[in-house]
Write a protein that binds this ligand. Sequence first.
Ligand code: FEO
Length: 171
Amino acid sequence: MLSKKMEKGLNDQMIAETYSAYLYWSMASYLHDQDYPGMGHWMECQAKEELSHAAKIYSYMLERGSKVVMGAIEAPPSDWDSPLHAMDNVLDHEKKVTGMINDLMDVAMEEKDHATVQFLAWFVTEQVEEEATASSILARMKKFGDYVQGLIMLDGELGKRPAPFDMTPKD
Ligand code: FEO
């Protein structure tokens, strides 16, 4: 059974992961609106991944005998100055999430909750990947600056990202 502190921390993290999905979905919509369909697709994939992170925590909490309580999700921004600005926000947001995961890991370690330490280790590794990916795309965007051809090339490349799962209605 999870401690009350661990339970609240995981519940809050599940809500934060859902907010991440909401934020990236909003960015996807902005990028499509700016005629960068590849970047929009990449961001939709990112939103789906975040939903899967929320679901992972949800399932773990149920498995440990906890009740998951859905909280309010704040409205994310809907506009950015440029794709570079949006990607810069992705990196900032992921750094914030990394801090939250690390705080949760600290609680699990203090409480000697070995199962939760093991569970959170996946998220620690995932955050390294998330930050590295956002950082690398951002670095390339900075190199391109206002060179539109470069951004169009990047758009085509990001559009090839395989979707983590399909959410398209079937009819
Ligand atoms: Fe689930 Fe991108 O943190």
